[in-house]
Ligand binder design. Structure first.
Ligand code: AHM
Ligand code: MG
Length: 366
C-alpha cells in the first residue's frame, strides 16, 4: 500500500486514520517482560516520521529530563519550604501561582532551551511566547506549549498534579523568529502531545499520532520504563467526573445530563487535577466535564495548554473530546494564546450520550 502523509499529524501512514494504529511495529517483537526505557522507545519510533531528523526525538527526550527534575521537586514538596504562593503573585489568567508552578515552568524552559530543538515556547504561566536562541547553526522547526504544573492547588494537600505538553511544527520561515501564528494552529496540527502525572507513581504518557503509550518512572534507576503499551480507553463506563459543586451554575443541558448520571447510579470521581482525572478515565473509562459556569462562561481550561493535548491523547486512545457546543476540540481555531474552552472528554459512548442530552436540551444554537 502506498505510504502517504497523514494530514493531521505529519506521519507516514497507509491511508489509515490515525486512531487505532498500534505502537511502532518493531516493539511488538519485544517481550512484555523486557524493560524498554523511554529513550529507547523514542529512538525506535523515530523512523515513523516524515520529518525524521532526530529533532523531535531530542525534544521528547528533553521533556523526559525536565519531567524527572520536576518529579524530584514535587516529591519532596512536603519536606522543604517550597510550598505556598510565589512572590510573583498571579499568572496571566488571574490564578494564584504556586512556587512549584514557577519551578516547573523554569525547568521545562531550561531543558527545552539547552538542546536547541525548539525555536519558541508558550507556557500557561507566561503572558507571551518565549523565543529560544538557536544553538550553534541548528535550525529548529518545532514549537512547544505546556502547562508546567496543572492542578497545582492540589500540592498543598499532597494530591496528584501533572505537566501537560503539546508539540507543533512551526509554520513560519525557519530563518526568522517564530510568530504567534505558529502557536495558534488547531489541535489537529499537533505532532506530539502528552502529560506527566506525579501520582502514587510518576508516569509519562504520550502520543505522536500512532497510539498512546505510558511509561512509569522507576526511581531506582531514574528511567521512565514502558509500562502501558498501546493504551485504549474503554468504549463505555459508568463514571463521570465534574465539579458538581457548580451544579446550579451549569446550563440546563448539563444539569439534565448530571441528573441522568445520578439516576443511573453512575459513580462520581473528581480529583480537581485534570491530568489525574483524565488519566483515570484513559485507564478505566468515563467522562470528564468542565462546562461553562457563571464564573467561567467560556469554560475554565485552556485550549492550547490543556484541552488540545489531552484531546489528541484521548482520540489516539479511541476516545472523543468535544466542547459543549459539540465541536471537536481538535478542530477549534485558536485566536488567543490563553483562550479557554469548555470540554467533554472520555469514553466515546459516554461523550455520545452527553451529546444527545445537549442536542435535546440546549437552548443555544449548536
Ligand atoms: P490550573 O491550571 O490553574 O491548575 O487549573 C486547572 C485545573 C484542572 O487541573 C482541574 O480540572 C480544574 O482546574 C479544577 O477546577 P475547579 O477547582 O474549578 O473544579
Ligand atoms: Mg492548568
Amino acid at each position: 500500500m502506498a505510504t502517504t502523509t497523514n494530514k493531521n499529524f505529519g506521519l507516514k501512514s497507509e491511508k489509515t486514520p490515525y486512531i487505532g494504529i498500534s505502537a511502532p511495529a518493531d516493539l511488538s517483537t519485544i517481550p512484555t517482560n523486557r524493560i524498554v526505557t523511554l529513550d529507547e522507545f523514542i529512538l525506535r519510533s523515530e523512523k515513523d516520521f516524515v520529518y525524521a531528523t532526530g529533532e523531535l526525538t531530542g525534544l521528547l527526550r528533553d521533556i523526559g529530563v525536565a519531567a524527572k527534575i520536576i518529579n524530584r521537586e514535587v516529591n519532596k514538596a512536603g519536606l522543604v519550604n517550597i510550598l505556598g504562593v510565589a512572590d510573583s503573585g498571579e499568572n496571566q489568567s488571574g490564578d494564584t501561582q504556586q512556587k512549584l508552578d514557577v519551578y516547573a515552568n523554569e525547568r521545562l524552559i531550561e531543558c527545552l532551551q539547552n538542546s536547541g530543538e525548539v525555536c519558541a515556547i508558550a507556557s500557561e504561566e507566561n503572558d507571551d511566547i518565549i523565543h529560544v536562541p538557536p544553538v550553534g547553526s541548528k535550525q529548529s522547526h518545532y514549537i512547544v506549549m505546556f502547562d508546567p504544573l496543572d492542578g497545582s492547588s492540589n500540592i498543598d494537600v499532597n494530591m496528584s498534579v501533572g505537566t501537560i505538553f503539546a508539540i507543533y511544527r512551526r509554520q513560519s520561515d525557519p530563518v526568522g523568529p517564530a510568530t504567534k501564528e505558529d502557536f495558534l494552529q488547531s489541535g489537529t496540527q499537533q505532532v506530539a502531545a502528552g502529560y506527566v502525572l506525579y501520582g502514587t507513581s510518576t508516569m509519562l504518557v504520550y502520543t505522536t499520532g500512532r497510539g498512546v503509550n505510558g511509561f512509569t518512572l522507576d526511581p531506582s534507576i531514574g528511567e521512565f520504563c514502558l509500562s502501558h503499551r498501546n493504551m485504549r480507553v474503554p468504549e463505555n463506563s459508568q463514571t463521570y467526573s465534574v465539579n458538581q459543586g457548580y451544579y446550579s451554575k451549569f446550563d440546563l443541558e448539563m444539569r439534565r445530563y448530571i441528573d441522568h448520571c445520578s439516576d443511573q447510579n453512575y459513580g462520581l470521581r473528581y480529583i480537581g487535577s485534570m491530568v489525574s482525572d483524565v488519566h483515570r478515565i484513559l485507564i478505566q473509562g468515563g467522562i470528564f466535564l468542565y462546562p461553562s459556569t457563571r464564573k467561567y462562561p467560556k469554560g475554565k481550561l485552556r485550549l492550547l495548554y490543556e484541552c488540545n493535548p489531552l484531546a489528541m491523547l484521548m482520540e489516539q486512545a479511541g476516545g472523543k473530546a468535544l466542547n459543549t457546543h459539540l465541536k471537536r476540540i481538535l478542530d477549534l481555531a485558536p485566536h488567543d494564546l490563553h483562550q479557554r474552552c469548555t470540554i467533554a472528554i472520555g469514553s466515546p459512548a459516554m461523550v455520545d450520550e452527553l451529546k444527545n442530552f445537549i442536542e435535546r436540551y440546549s437552548a443555544l444554537p449548536l
